[in-house]
Design a protein. Sequence first.
Length: 463
Amino acid sequence: MKPTTNVKQLLKSKAEGQPVTLMGWVRTNRGNKHVRFLAVNDGSCQASIQVVAETQGIDAELLKRATTGSCVGIQGVLVPSQGQGQAVEIKAQELRVLGDADPEEYPLQKKGHSMEFLREIAHLRPRTNTFGAIFRIRHALSFAIHKYFNDNGFCYVHTPIITGSDAEGAGAMFRVSTLDAAKPPMRPDGHVDFSQDFFGKETNLTVSGQLEAELAAMGLGLVYTFGPTFRAENSNTPRHLAEFWMIEPEMAFYDIHDNMDLAEDFLKYLVLYALENCADDLEFLGQMYDKELLDRLHFVVENPFRRITYTEAVEILLASGQKFEYPVAWGNDLQAEHERYLVEKHFQCPVTVTGYPKGIKAFYMKLNEDGRTVRAMDVLFPKIGEIIGGSQREEDLETLRGRVAEMGIPEKDMWWYLDTRRWGTCPHSGFGLGFERLVMFITGMANIRDVIPFPRTPKNAEF
Ligand code: ATP
Ligand code: MN
């Protein structure tokens, strides 16, 4: 027996007594000793379908085993529903229990488990309405990202996950090594001898595909990456993962304004895509967790983002009269509390901040004429804070070499990056969108651990 259809298709079909074979997991089993009503969900959509089984035709013992969480196969016919709440239902002619779920032991008995509890049973989360919705939305957004770039003439490039460069400076890294951790080979100076390691040098998991994406953009024009990135920071916050997915477009001939325009258009496209293609799942999440979710999504699509400079942001924060945990002063990085004040209290809309002090940003960002600020841009979102970080890149060889030296990065590690400025350099820009932060915003989830199937965070790599 193999399913001939799924619940999503069936709920859209005209019920004309046609034969169907469906498989899925029982959500509820109600009724009396003459007739049982099974709600069966197969993950194809938010809704379950009602299966009507009369104990005259279907073995009562089998029906008893079709408890919440069990897996069943049904052969029957699709008929107009007799009851309320659904247009169609399956009248069962044959039932198979493919997998029992002992009601004494199955952990997902009732509705309304806490998100914390569900994280502990992340292997079973996909069977809940909430995580079904989240993971379907996550899928739809992944598809939409590729569609957006493909439709706009971008080329998807695959940048390495194992990297030999640690110059990006976006965060602490995870080492990749095959050396014996208990007894690594040592150099006479007392340091580990990585020349004996797998790659003959120190290697790590990448924190960003940007530098390699830049190389590709200097030949292919418009490119993007979409892959996993890793940061070994010990930041146990609701917005940080040690393993997360990042989308990094890189565009030849774009300046910082083109970059901001693209970021805004891209984010609006993705939110609209979710509204148009994931309506049932968004409706469900809005009802269950956040009554303002849909309004917030529509607002982002319909309104322009505010654009301000870092210096203006600092002035607004200083004049706000708010007490912040982290002090506000020109030269300090903006913290999540500052970002959220700007977005949620002051402007009440998404904000793009440009012109950050060079001291708090990466070496590759293009220096402004003032010599103190760089053409960085961060897009700040309600409930999230920073969702995108990007910049125009420094394309001038001598200025870039100066910055590399200032930051104490050995030039010999960056020869390939500097080469792009040596030959045929051009103005270019790009940004990084944290995929899970986007999914958080669109699903309304408050914790990043709930928008990725198996989160990796400090002291947690179960499953
Ligand atoms: P933050 O200041 O929020 O820690 P960042 O400035 O270190 O972020 P970038 O290096 O600019 O982040 O990375 C680009 C984007 O990747 C960020 O705007 C954010 O959406 C996402 N991001 C960064 N770090 C993480 C993380 N640890 N977990 C999930 N997403 C992240
Ligand atoms: Mn950033």
